[in-house]
Design a protein around this ligand. Structure first.
Ligand SMILES: C[S@@+](CC[C@H](N)C(=O)[O-])C[C@H]1O[C@@H](n2cnc3c(N)ncnc32)[C@H](O)[C@@H]1O
Length: 325
């Protein structure tokens, strides 16, 4: 039996996943958890009355008694590879905020693997401060042979510094549940430019006037033609603008992600009628895009303001019948 779909849950995703989501019942997971940024986020004052300056969520982590007890529980009963990786992290990192953060993420990844169908995939959104730890953790939960991509989401905003190079990207780790995973790169083809292209090769024109690039395959055994008008399946560096203050889709939730980013993920890794789960749904970006693309969705968040915003966004675009709970 599948999980109840088109639902928003207010609460801790670990408890909700355990109580509400059956094994192998979800086709695609996108998660955008707190990043261990050390910040306390507030909803933007520009938004409606409900939202003015309200605390959204805290992203600060301490190696306190709660973290120690989750760690102990995982060491006692977690999957063997996860236990080994957590022990190694503790040896390397010691008892610190990053260790508490990894200890928070680990049991959730274990649950997310349980609920994912064998054809499913999972996108974990993080930043370069934590991505290397999370990649090892993902390897230990999902198996490194199921690693598909480390996507660099490159954006223009923020990141300037005189003491280092500007930080202008997030990392999205893509893993499959098994070798039978679904992927439709054709659904997300992007324009291929006539000028300098990552395809390289020679720019040519055929008898009918169609432009193509001619590229040698591995070992220079075969020449391939890539027609410009067919577009290309995106590579693993994605240039998608982050949300700006004037954007129509902006709802004022801190860390809100652009709909274009979620469209690409959902269209490439699910079909209409599939179920998409976002266990840290925030303002509901994943859910709105999933609904638009005719997927079922499940959203979870601990912040009542996030859930209210997500519900409002969905009901404004699709009507009240689309949200339950
Ligand atoms: C980075 S934000 C997600 C933003 C979202 N992608 C969007 O576009 O609006 C992370 C979210 O995780 C939520 N969160 C933190 N801990 C959680 C937990 N244990 N269970 C569910 N949600 C949690 C926060 O309230 C916050 O809304």
């Amino acid at each position: 039996m599948g999980p109840p779909v088109n639902r928003l849950y207010l609460g801790d995703n670990l408890a909700i996943l355990r109580s509400q989501t059956p094994d192998a019942s979800v086709d695609l997971i996108y998660l955008d958890p707190p990043f261990n940024s050390g910040k306390a986020y507030r909803i933007s004052p520009e938004e409606g009355d409900m939202a003015v300056g309200i605390a959204a969520f805290r992203d600060t982590w301490k190696w306190d008694d709660a973290a120690k007890s989750i760690f102990r529980e995982l060491i006692d009963s977690g999957p063997e590879k996860v236990v080994k990786s957590l022990q190694a992290f503790r040896d390397i990192l010691g008892e610190c905020g990053m260790m508490a953060y990894i200890t928070f993420v680990a049991p959730r990844l274990i649950e997310l693997r349980r609920v994912l169908r064998s054809t499913g995939s999972i996108y974990l959104h993080c930043d370069p401060i934590a991505s290397h730890y999370l990649k090892l953790l993902m390897d230990s939960v999902f198996d490194r042979k199921n690693f598909l991509n480390e996507i660099v989401w490159s954006y223009d905003a923020g990141g300037r510094s005189k003491r280092r190079f500007g930080r202008k990207h997030d990392v999205i780790l893509l893993y499959a549940r098994s070798k039978d995973y679904y992927f439709d790169g054709d659904a997300v083809r992007i324009e291929m430019k006539a000028g300098k292209s990552s395809f390289g090769g020679r720019l040519c024109v055929d008898d009918t006037g169609r432009k193509f690039r001619e590229v040698w395959g591995t070992g220079r055994k075969k020449l391939y033609r890539y027609y410009l008008d067919a577009g290309k399946i995106p590579e693993d560096v994605w240039h998608i603008p982050s949300i700006q203050s004037q954007d129509g889709e902006r709802v004022g939730y801190p860390t809100q992600k652009p709909e274009a980013l979620l469209s690409r993920i959902i269209e490439a890794s699910s079909k209409p009628g599939d179920t998409v789960l976002d266990p840290f749904c925030g303002s509901g970006t994943t859910l709105v895009v999933a609904e638009r693309l005719k997927r079922n969705w499940i959203g979870i968040d601990t912040s009542e303001h996030a859930i209210a915003l997500a519900r409002d966004r969905i009901e404004r675009e699709f009507g009240a019948t689309r949200t339950r709970n």
